[in-house]
Design a protein around this ligand. Structure first.
Ligand code: MN
Length: 232
């Protein structure tokens, strides 16, 4: 093996409920505006033609239960509670059945967002990276295998801050279903093991400040918790 100038970064890994093996992360895709009520609260309508995406670095991953510093460069840091889909099989230009079969499992996750910087991006027709690709900004709880979870739809998806409920919806409220998203995205990427998709957030997003504790729950999945400390 050739020498590397510095230790090669390891893929971040997510725990899997009931399994000693972990799930190494390759890429993180995120769906925009996948709940009609959230699109409305942001002053938008949903796009019915096709889903659309932004990405986060795999190294934006943060395990559940951590306390992390309030991030730099923002004065309006928001939570977004989301269903995370993890793929385990290669899919390319898939139909809905192939897309569904490629899903390894699901997790509760937080798409943490510098909302003020995302807005600067929108206002100036610039990319969203500073707003969305935030260090420790992809908070993901342990994965549960798809066969254990069963059909996606009736489950409640909820988020609270310091015990007060802020988001409360059902996975059936998603505009684009999990197979629809995987199939659509597979027409642009050779998707495969290690690829995660954060599937969008319900209405009720809002800011958090140092000292706040976030807890998100999706029926049948491990909860995701996250605490913000003081800024560095
Ligand atoms: Mn989101």
């Amino acid at each position: 093996m050739t020498d590397t100038l510095f230790p090669a970064p390891q893929a971040p890994q997510i725990a899997v409920t009931g399994d000693s093996a972990t799930y190494p992360i390759r890429r993180i895709f995120c769906v925009g505006r996948n709940y009609e009520a959230h699109a409305a609260e942001m002053g938008n309508t949903v796009d019915r033609e096709a889903p659309w995406y932004f990405t986060k670095s795999a190294h934006a991953f943060c395990p559940t239960g951590a306390t992390v510093p309030y991030p730099p460069g923002t004065e309006n840091f928001h939570y977004e509670m989301e269903l995370v889909v993890a793929l385990a099989a290669r899919v390319f230009k898939a139909d809905l059945a192939e897309a569904a079969a490629a899903v390894f499992g699901y997790a509760a996750g937080l798409d943490m967002t510098r909302r003020d910087l995302q807005q600067v991006g929108k206002d100036n027709r610039r990319p969203w990276d500073l707003g969305k690709d935030v260090e420790n900004g992809a908070v993901i709880a342990p994965l549960t295998r798809a066969e254990t979870v069963g059909e996606i739809g009736a489950q409640r998806i909820r988020l609270g801050v310091n015990g007060a409920v802020r988001q409360d919806a059902r996975l059936a409220d998603m505009v684009w279903s999990v197979p629809e998203i995987v199939a659509h995205l597979s027409h642009y990427y050779h998707l495969g093991p290690g690829d995660l998709i954060m599937t969008g957030t319900p209405a009720g997003v809002g800011p958090v400040v140092a000292g706040d504790r976030i807890e998100g729950q999706i029926d049948g999945l491990a909860p995701v918790t996250h605490t913000l400390g003081a800024a560095e």
